[in-house]
Design a protein around this ligand. Sequence first.
Ligand SMILES: [Zn+2]
Length: 320
Amino acid sequence: MERRIDFSRDRRMLCGACGHQWCVDLEWIDRWEQGEETCPGCGMTCEHEDSPRVTVDPDDPALDDHRVVRFFWYHTSTQPDWPTRDFDPAAVLTPKTRRMMGGEQRVAEWAARQRAKALHVGTYEAAVHNMLRRIRNQADQRRQFSLYRVRLKPSVVVREEWLVDPSNVVGDVGLDEVCPPGVDLARYLNYHEDPGGLSLALGRNPIASVQRIAVPLPDTWDGGSVRDAVAALGGVSDTAVPATGKPARVMRSSSLGRELGASLAGRLPVNLQDQFASAVAFAEGEDPEQWARRTSGLFDLIDDPARVLAALDQQDPREV
Ligand SMILES: [Zn+2]
């Protein structure tokens, strides 16, 4: 079952100091993060340790134990076969790295810890946030991402209530830390991706099947703005700039690329603008048409999710 996708929806805030709860829009949170808003209950600003943060909306449909199992959940990854069966995290380690880690026994222990980590799925919005963050932060910009739509087994046992975001600084949490014996998955308040939404930490077993598409969609090409972008990026002169020796076309392309990326970013919800602008930064020497297709595809993930869902509908589910 699909939920309504709305990147711009209002969020609920909870003040850790005075307990006040209230609703805000994304622009409020943006001003808040810049120190321009205060808690309406106690006047606290964002610098304090227990100052207000987003919290779970009491009307979030994923709070319902029966519906949480019937909803579709999403995940973005550079792995083409997520969630990988018999995943061997040590397979990519070189002999030198294995020696540096202290030998085969240590490597085996490390691999067991990696395999014991929880998988994470969330709302469609959270999956898109996650991908933009990775493209921006982890130099994954040139890697192929996949968007996965996850169906859960109807028999899964859901942990009661919800947890505050349990991930450590690198986003990892052991499955047994959040799911006691007999429990298949735990809901948690996500602070970083689709902030205020509920995500799930789970193992491989509760997943019935996944559908996958490559993102951005390879056939995205919706006219006007993209064609204009290619014309602007590709259609300037090749005159060399004497001071630097670099062709003017290259220099103009990268600054135009930044401008076009920023102008598209300006049409997105405020909490995605910086990440989007970084993710679509135009690299010197990049092919303008490729850039425009990728940028337009990333934009559509946020601006036109219906098109993405229609592409997912065409994919046969793969049993996990
Ligand atoms: Zn307060």
